[in-house]
Design a protein around this ligand. Structure first.
Ligand code: ZN
Length: 198
């Protein structure tokens, strides 16, 4: 099977595991019993899908119709010469969820060398600005990048004391929890902006 790519190898192994399982599905992982896992009841793993090649394009590929490129600075919480920090369009279940984007339409692998060190500094500054709100136990920082080609770093604030939402399932809890009142959310975004300017 040396001519198989990683995806083909993965799907073949998954199919074998599905066929060997009494339910015909991959087993539900142990984390489904964790308190942080947001769902309960009878669960089953989706059948593993076929490999899709070539992959469908990501949003804004080649900077065509890219929302990030088209957005004005006024839509952002904070900007400088090279970077812009925006929030989600609507209030979130978590206190704030922010995205850091370069002005230029680049992904992580083609980020100009001149911007790389500054990006490291900014990741720390954004985390500190969000933490300065107070009552924030952790800021989760991630770059996924499957949705849009334009580089965007996620910052998700997990409130102190919301222990059930610890860890990576905070992303799920953000969607499940009722959104915050808009005025409180907007005030916090202003405070983050002030901390970035400070
Ligand atoms: Zn773009």
């Amino acid at each position: 099977m040396a001519d198989e790519n990683y995806a083909q190898q993965t799907v073949r192994r998954a199919r074998e595991a599905e066929q060997a399982s009494p339910s015909g599905r991959l087993p539900v992982p142990s984390y489904a019993s964790w308190e942080s896992f947001p769902y309960e009841g009878e669960l089953q793993v989706r059948p593993v899908s076929d490999v899709v090649l070539p992959e469908p394009p990501r949003h804004g590929e080649g900077s065509v119709d890219c929302h990030a490129c088209a957005a004005q600075d006024e839509q952002y919480v904070w900007t400088d010469e090279h970077w812009r920090l925006r929030s989600t369009a609507e209030p979130t279940g978590l206190p704030v969820v922010l995205l850091l984007e370069p002005r230029e339409h680049v992904d992580l692998h083609d980020l100009p060398v001149a911007l790389r060190a500054g990006m490291g500094d900014l990741l720390c500054r954004v985390e500190a600005a969000i933490t300065s709100l107070g009552g924030i136990a952790r800021v989760h920082v991630s770059r996924i990048g499957d949705g849009a080609e334009h580089l965007h770093w996620w910052f998700m604030a997990r409130p102190e004391g919301l222990v059930q939402a610890r860890g990576s399932f905070a992303v799920e809890w953000d969607d499940l929890l009722p959104p915050r009142p808009r005025d409180q959310w907007e005030a916090d975004l202003q405070r983050v902006a002030a901390a970035m300017r400070g």
